[in-house]
Each structure stands twice: as C-alpha cells, then as structure tokens.
Write a protein that binds this ligand. Sequence first.
Ligand SMILES: Nc1ncnc2c1ncn2[C@@H]1O[C@H](COP(=O)(O)OP(=O)(O)O)[C@@H](O)[C@H]1O
Ligand SMILES: [Mg+2]
Length: 409
Amino acid sequence: MEPTQLVLLALILGAALGGLVSTLVFTSLRARDRVQAEASSEIPDGVAEVLSGMDDAAVVVDTSATILASSPPASPFGLVVGTVLPSDELKGLARSARTGETATTETMRLRRGAPPAEPRLVVVRATRISPRLTFLVLRDITEKERVEQMRRDFVANTSHELKTPVGAVSLLSEAIESAADDPEQVRIFAARLTAEAARLASLTSRIMNLSRLQAADELNDERDVAVDEIVASAVEAHAIQADSAGVTVVRGGARGLWVRGDPQILSEAIGNLVANAISYSPRGSSVGVGVKAIDGIAEIAVTDRGIGIPEGEQERVFERFYRADQARSRRTGGTGLGLSIVKHAVQRHGGEVTLWSRPGRGSTFTIRLPLVEGPAPEPTRKKRKKSRAKAALSRPAPPAPAPVNGDTP
Ligand SMILES: Nc1ncnc2c1ncn2[C@@H]1O[C@H](COP(=O)(O)OP(=O)(O)O)[C@@H](O)[C@H]1O
Ligand SMILES: [Mg+2]
C-alpha cells in the first residue's frame, strides 16, 4: 500500500469514528433529557395559580413527600412549601396514590395550629399528577361532624325525655278507665293526667324553642329593646309561681338601658333564670334581679339564696336535659332545658351567661349583653333620658348573696 493511500484510509476511518462518537453522545444526551423531563419535580404550569385560589388546604408533593406548592389554607395544618408532610398517615396516602392507579381518599385527624390546638377531622384526597408528583386536597369536616353529633344527641335525648310523660299519660288513662265506678279516684287521676299533659306541652314547646335558637338563621324580630321591659315581663310571667312558692322577687339596679335583639327571646331567657331561682329557693326567701351597665355591657343578674349548685355541676347545668337535682327538678316541673335555652338565646345576641354558686348559700346567674344607644329620643325626652342614665349609674349595686369569709361572686 502506498503512503498516500494509507493516509486516505486513516482519514476515512477517523471521520467515521468521529461521526459515530458524536451520534452516540448526541443520542445519550437526548435520552437523559427525556428521563429528566419525565422525572422532573417541576410543577406543571397553572398548578400554582389554581392552588393560590383554593378554599381548601391543598399541596403538591414529590416522591420524598416534600411539599413543592401549597394553597393558603394549608399552612395552619403545618403544610409549608419546602418541608416534608408532617404526618405518617399523609405520607402513606401520598405514596399509595403515586403507586396506584386511582385517586385515594382517607379520613384522618390532623392538628391545626400549635400543639394545644384541637385535632381537626379532615378528608384527604390524593391524586397522582405525574410519576413524581402527587396532589393532596384536605377538606375540614370537623364542624359538620360536630353539628351532626349534636343533632344525633338531641334526637336521642328528646325521645328519651318524651317517653316518661307519654308513658305516664297512657298509664293514667288506663287507671281512669279501671276506676270508672269510683268518681273520687277518677278525679284524682284526671288531675294528674292534666298535670302530665301540661308537662308534655311545656316540654315540646321548649324543645321547639331550643331547636329554633340553635338553627343558624337570623333572629327574626330584632330591634332596640329596653332592658326594663324584658326584665319586667320576665318577673311578671313568674309572679304566680313566686306567690305559691312563698318567694319574693325584687327588681333593683339601673334603669333605662337598651340592648339589641328579640324581646320575646330575651325575656324568656331572663324568665327561665327567675323560674329556677324561685324553684330552687326555700319558702320565705327572696330572689333579686339586678341590672348594671359596665363598659358598654348590660349585666342582668338573677340572684337567689337557695340550695346552690355544687362546683362540679356548674359547667354541666347549661347542657340540654341536665339536672343537678333530678328529683327536685321533676317535682318543680323542670325539663332540664331552661338553662340550655338561656345559653343559646344569649349567645345568639352576642352575649354570655355566667354562674356563681355555693351549695347551701345560693346562686347568681348573670346575663351580659352589649349595650346600645337605644332609639333616637325625641328632643323633649332627651334631657330626661340623660339624667335617668346618670341616676342609674349612681344607684347601688344589685343584690348578691351575702358573701362570707371574703368569697366573691
Ligand atoms: N338557681 C338555681 N339554684 C340551684 N340549682 C339550679 C338553679 N338553676 C338551675 N339549677 C340546676 O340546674 C339544672 C338545670 O336547670 P334548667 O336547665 O333550668 O333545668 P330545670 O328544668 O330542671 O330547671 C336544674 O335541674 C338544677 O339542678
Ligand atoms: Mg329550669
């Protein structure tokens, strides 16, 4: 072979080799790009925008359960971009959605906020959006569950409470039938039947009141209400009860205060407190209804010197159907709903009801409601109203159970 031929051959071989190598490099680069694109942890276009407008907590996580993007409501659950999913349950759900075909849903409890916060009940739905990315949506159903539970309790308690008087009514009507020849007996049973029927009527009307108050709709008859008016009607409504129990009801404190709300509901609430104060007081004692204005709040305190409520029961007396003194409550026609109605009525008006009590010494229930100006007074009445307010402030405090040993209500 001639040297020129040899050089040519070497050139051709070199070119061919070079071509082969560059093709190889090129294709391997392409392949790497493709793999990278598939395994990319970059969130697709638009996902961040969708997340930012979501009302539910939602996040996008990668294979290591690290959060890449989140909606604003996610952060209270500790779901923050750059951190890892905070619970093993969430991690497991994300993993099974990534490996599985379909979306996965689970209900779990998650803490929202700092550790003392109540755990929330959430439904989490995980969907795979790419081989490496998973989308998680959390729906907080705590409130819904609570309402549902309350409804179940209410139905259960109510049917239980209705069973007793209904049973009594049917027993008494049987008794009347079998005592038909004895007019005296018939009269006795009939009187008891009337009492049971009245009890049943009061129970049903209270249950209806309570469920109306618990319904989420607006108060239907809202207006400026004179505290004097609702206190007077509450006291008046129980005048007969007070009389037959030998208890005097004394009204004291400020006059001319106004609150906003439904006068019927408010006066019923105060009336329930007055009714209790009378029921749980000894004959010959007195019950005080005192009104005060403090820092824009009207305080209406109903005080008795009755049997009082043990410390351990004070929280519970506001629960539906709860009676600290079962026997006495039944005897006085109690349903265990009075205070529950008071609590809901006051809460609906943006107020609160509190209790101070000592067994054997007495109780004070205090309703606090935001004060309002009251209806615009006519020019001539303006002066009178002002001086009345002044007089009210200088009047002595309402009666309270005389505390001994420095105890304060
Ligand atoms: N002024 C009070 N003094 C003592 N105990 C009271 C007083 N008010 C309420 N209670 C207790 O709280 C319970 C719940 O009150 P309430 O809801 O009005 O039901 P009730 O229909 O039994 O009166 C009562 O059964 C009673 O044990
Ligand atoms: Mg009562």
